[in-house]
Design a protein around this ligand. Structure first.
Ligand code: FAD
Ligand code: NAD
Length: 472
């Protein structure tokens, strides 16, 4: 039986990064994964690379180009005679990006000396992992340490049976062969608005059915309100406070029944229905109970701030543990666990993990929302600056959006930075660095920002915290 210092179960953003870092630090490392890619072959990269971050962003980029040609070029004085969309080509481009990146991880594993064990991993006493491949062949390896990184699976809605064709999860929604004329989405969360934007730009009439009566309840309220207005103008039909009762396939369509915010029964028919109501941690067949690894009341593997489970030699990272279900959060947890196994004192600041929603404009934030600060009875100042007053945004013909900064009333320390702007995903990095270094709004206000850039809106919002914004 082969002996490893570390066996990682799961090769998504959390697991493959953990495995590479372990190998870099000199541990004999194996990474077990059961994913079968679109080409029918074992593939690394997990949800993020195969059916998550990367393919969804590829389609968001393509559909954004198409939308710009349809809607924005005229304002720039460019006349385009005929714009056509080739969705199969768009999907093929997306698949090639996925293939390139997932095989890239295979190359990285070879380079760093990580052994890839293909199949389902199940823990067994004493510190063994049984790997069952597609043919049912079992191989057992021994591990001094195990890192669990088995990710998450889409949540289902009671009385809404998915069939993979008409009523689908987010994965199948990345592979539609044409833009469905009528697209329903249950859940106006991150996936709902991103995939709604993709297919809406490509021609679908998109209806989002959302249970909560607030749009993007975890986003700062002012930014969420701006975003709701902008996305509605873009054509997304967002129905808040709507409780789905059931959905069923009827021929080639899906019929959804729901109770609207007034309590009235509604029925709608769609050509495709995407279910995007969150994801649940995946502990299926992992052997956690046999090993004595405890789960919390919400079904996540219970871990401390260093990702240690209830068993000292077993760690868990990524979507399968508490915290935001974000690729970069899982990767950093993987690095932390590897480095701590090597005796380093690595920590992860969970307060400063940036979030991005890749709509157009993008929504990005780090730190607390105003609602959270109020709940903590914390005193704060607010600085806000709209893109309408930013020269670069005007030059881009992209003035929807704003930057909002929350700073401690006494110390001026940055508590939260919220951006609704094109490239907010890039702009937020400045705020993350400032907050990680314990920066204040005054620090951002004193830093020279290049002109003309969208980042000047961050500068102006920082100035606005003390009421001295210059261009508003
Ligand atoms: P996963 O990526 O889910 O990987 C888990 C791996 O474990 C899989 O490869 C699976 O095959 C394997 N596995 C599970 N059980 C076993 C077992 N018993 N044996 C062997 N292997 C097993 N996050 C962002 O930060 N930015 C984004 O833009 C973004 N976009 C997203 C878009 C979509 C449509 C979706 C669905 C998610 C998106 N996410 C995004 C979330 C991101 O994909 C996840 O947070 C991330 O993939 C979690 O990484 P992970 O390694 O914990 O799990
Ligand atoms: P989500 O939690 O963002 O949104 C789910 C939405 O569904 C919520 O607004 C919720 O109120 C609603 N909902 C729940 N049950 C419902 C019901 N029965 N009827 C109607 N609405 C209902 O989850 P998601 O959009 O499925 O995404 C899952 C996770 O994947 C995200 O939380 C995020 O961590 C990750 N993700 C991240 C990105 C990114 O970073 N850009 C992109 C996609 C996904």
């Amino acid at each position: 039986m082969e002996n490893y210092d570390v066996v990682v179960i799961g090769a998504g953003s959390a697991g493959y990064v953990a495995a590479i870092r372990c190998a870099q630090l000199g541990f004999k490392t194996a990474c077990v994964d059961q994913w079968i890619g679109k080409q029918g072959k074992p593939t690394l990269g997990g949800t993020c690379l195969n059916v998550g971050c990367i393919p969804s962003k590829a389609l968001l980029e393509s559909s954004d180009h198409y939308q710009n040609l349809l809607a924005s070029t005229q304002a720039h004085g460019i006349r385009v005679e005929k714009v056509e969309i080739d969705i199969p080509a768009m999907i093929q481009r997306k698949d090639e990006i996925v293939k390139g990146l997932t095989s890239g991880i295979e190359g990285l594993f070879k380079k760093h000396g990580v052994t890839w064990l293909q199949g389902r991993g199940t823990m067994r006493q004493p510190m063994q992992v049984v790997v069952t491949d597609n043919d049912g062949t079992e191989t057992t390896v021994k591990a001094a340490h195990i890192i669990l990184a088995t990710g998450s699976l889409p949540r289902e809605v009671p009385n809404v049976p998915m069939d993979g064709e008409v009523i689908v999860d987010s994965s199948a929604a990345l592979d539609f062969e044409e833009a469905p004329k009528r697209l329903g989405i249950i859940g106006a969360g991150v996936i709902g608005v991103e995939l709604g934007s993709v297919w809406g730009r490509l021609g679908s009439n998109v209806v989002l059915i959302e249970a909560m009566d607030r749009f993007l309840a975890f986003v700062d309220e002012k930014i969420a309100q701006e975003a709701q207005k902008t996305f509605t103008e873009q054509g997304l039909d967002i129905r808040l406070g709507s409780r789905v009762l059931s959905a069923e396939r009827k021929g080639d369509t899906a019929v959804v029944r729901y109770e609207d915010s007034q309590g009235n029964a509604q029925e709608m028919t769609f050509d495709k229905l995407i279910v995007a109501v969150g994801r649940t941690p995946n502990l299926k067949g992992l052997g956690t109970a046999e090993m004595g690894v405890q789960a919390d009341e919400r079904g996540y593997i219970q871990v401390d701030a260093f990702c240690r489970t209830s068993i000292p030699q077993i760690f868990a990272i990524g979507d399968v543990v508490r915290g935001p279900m974000l690729a970069h959060k899982g990767s950093e947890e993987g690095i932390m666990v590897a480095e701590r196994l090597a005796g380093q004192k690595t920590t992860l600041n969970y307060n400063n993990i940036p979030w991005v929603i890749y709509t157009q404009p993008e929504i990005a934030w780090v730190g607390k929302t105003e609602r959270e600060l109020k709940a903590e009875a914390r005193e704060y100042n607010v600085g806000w600056f709209p893109l309408t007053a930013n020269g670069r945004a005007r030059a881009m013909h992209a003035t929807a959006g704003s930057v909002k900064i929350l700073a401690d009333k006494q110390t001026d320390a940055l508590l939260g930075v919220h951006i609704f702007a094109p490239t907010a995903s890039e702009m937020i990095a400045e705020a993350v660095v400032a907050m990680e270094f314990g920066g204040s709004a005054e620090d951002l206000a004193r830093i020279v920002h290049a002109h003309p850039t969208l980042s000047e809106a961050v500068h102006e919002a920082a100035l606005a915290v003390s009421g001295r914004q210059l261009h508003l």
